[in-house]
Design a protein around this ligand. Structure first.
Ligand SMILES: [Zn+2]
Length: 68
């Protein structure tokens, strides 16, 4: 998994390429963790799950990077 290969998709709601990823928590199962996801700067929707990587996988990947 290489993050730089991941193209940010357009917003599923308004279609603008204003999506940004927000990782509130790396701890699965917490209320904060469920806020992890993609938000749209244009219309404000979120969190949305985009792409093939789940938030659990993204958090695990982030932890791997932290532990290097
Ligand atoms: Zn939008």
């Amino acid at each position: 998994m290489e993050l730089h290969d991941f193209d940010i998709p357009p917003c599923p709601d308004c279609g603008k390429e204003k999506m940004y990823h927000l990782c509130v928590s790396h701890v699965p199962g917490t209320a904060s963790f469920r806020k992890n996801g993609w938000y749209c700067k244009s219309c404000g929707i979120g969190p949305k799950q985009l792409g093939s990587a789940s938030e659990a996988e993204a958090a695990r990947f982030a932890l791997v990077l932290l532990n290097k």
